[in-house]
Design a protein around this ligand. Structure first.
Ligand code: F3S
Length: 401
């Protein structure tokens, strides 16, 4: 792979050992994917996980002098002030979060602790070359904004933020951004929840870049977030097109680059029902808690829940995970107060896959997000998955109807 003089200097250690280490990793990635050169990035997002390996890597780069040239936004861990003050995390877990915070702060990251930066704090323009890790982020920036990012891991995105470059391969190149699978949606896409399930259809859709047809004319950011999150979690899709809607797909023909689709797939209501049955615990049961905000909820979603629970009392715990800025707006607008009066908690900076949920171990939750149901399984939580209205009702009555 060709390196400019500056990139070669980075590799040779002129900018310090940490930067050399980051460049070495990126050069190896570039060579393994057949990249011919490195190209500059303007944005990055690091899906930090607040787990030992992630921290080890960040601290190693830091101790060897690395600093971010392009300040990346970062994923959630857990809100240290909230969970520590309520003794909901051990000393050891709190220390891991604190060290993660310290390391990323010193590296020069933007400490957003939010997994939907592409709708608020880190929005690329059309054609920008970026390095986004996080399953919902990569498809969103590629598909909805028409920016360019490969499916970076947390580590490779951090290396890109440090060097300011990425190897040019995959979705950075025009020829790899065309669709190859036509997905005709015949299902009734009546709420954002159906987009979670549509995203879970990877097994039927198959490998490649899907081009969706048959979707409503206006699709909101929440539905698009859900679609990308589930496509990339269940099927490793970095990009999709929606004909007549996403910027690189003004029509079906352009989305396929003038070629015929390699495969045509039809998605029906029955397909969505079948996938829901497969991934959810059986319904009609008592639940212990409700959890929303995986990916982090927007202000509109928090406001919607507040409207549904206003003046009522929840029978079960309800957790709404969001960004610090949505939480701040919710506080200012009285949404937090309404939620808290009903017994719900809206908390920033936090992900369901974190040690702060140990009190929910062995319990059954309800959520509208298959991703929320998937990751915390290893922490002993299990979920019934239903649409948001059914979930809210379950938290009010204590059972899924
Ligand atoms: Fe975000 Fe964590 Fe879910 S990073 S998408 S809240 S698993």
């Amino acid at each position: 792979m060709y390196l400019t003089e500056e990139q070669q200097d980075m590799l040779n250690g002129k900018y310090g050992k940490g930067t050399a280490y980051a460049m070495k990793i990126q050069a190896a990635i570039g060579e393994s994917f057949g990249a011919e050169r490195m190209v500059p990035i303007t944005r990055a997002h690091v899906a930090l996980s607040n787990q030992e390996a992630d921290l080890w890597f960040a601290e190693k780069l830091l101790s060897e002098g690395a600093r971010c040239r392009v300040a990346p936004t970062v994923n959630p861990g857990f809100c240290l002030s909230y969970f520590k003050s309520r003794q909901m995390v051990s000393e050891e877990d709190a220390s891991l979060m604190q060290r993660t915070h310290n390391a990323y702060k010193a590296l020069g990251a933007v400490l957003t602790y939010n997994c939907t930066p592409y709708v608020a704090t880190n929005i690329p323009n059309f054609g920008e070359i970026t390095a986004y890790s996080e399953s919902s982020a990569t498809p969103y920036v590629n598909s909805v904004w028409g920016a360019r990012s490969n499916r970076e891991g947390a580590n490779s995105a951090l290396c890109a933020a440090i060097t300011g470059y990425v190897p040019e391969y995959g979705l950075l190149l025009d020829e790899n951004r065309k669709g190859n699978i036509l997905v005709e949606v015949k299902a009734d896409m009546k709420s954002d929840f159906q987009y979670h399930l549509l995203g879970y259809m990877g097994r039927k859709i198959g490998n490649g870049i899907p081009v969706f047809t048959g979707l409503p004319k206006h699709i909101g950011p929440e539905a698009l977030t859900n679609l990308g999150a589930q496509l990339n979690t269940s099927g490793a899709y970095g990009m999709y097109h929606i004909a007549g809607f996403t910027p690189e797909a003004p029509d079906v023909e352009t989305a396929f680059g003038g070629k015929d689709p390699e495969r045509i797939v039809e998605i029906t209501n029955e397909d969505l029902d079948a996938v829901l049955e497969e991934i959810s615990l059986e319904g009609s049961r008592e639940i212990d808690f409700a959890m929303f905000g995986c990916p982090h909820f927007t202000l509109e979603q928090a406001k919607y829940i507040a409207g549904r629970v206003e003046g009522k009392k929840l029978k079960k715990e309800m957790w709404i995970l969001t960004s610090y800025h949505v939480k701040e707006l919710a506080d200012r607008m009285g949404i937090t107060e309404v939620l808290e009066q009903a017994g719900a908690v809206i908390v920033p900076d936090t992900c369901p896959d974190q040690p702060c949920w140990s009190h929910l171990k062995g319990k059954i939750g309800v959520t509208e997000s298959p991703k929320c149901a998937y990751y915390p399984k290893r922490r002993g939580m299990d979920f019934v998955i239903r649409d948001l209205d059914t979930c809210i009702e379950a938290a009010l009555t204590g059972e899924v109807k």
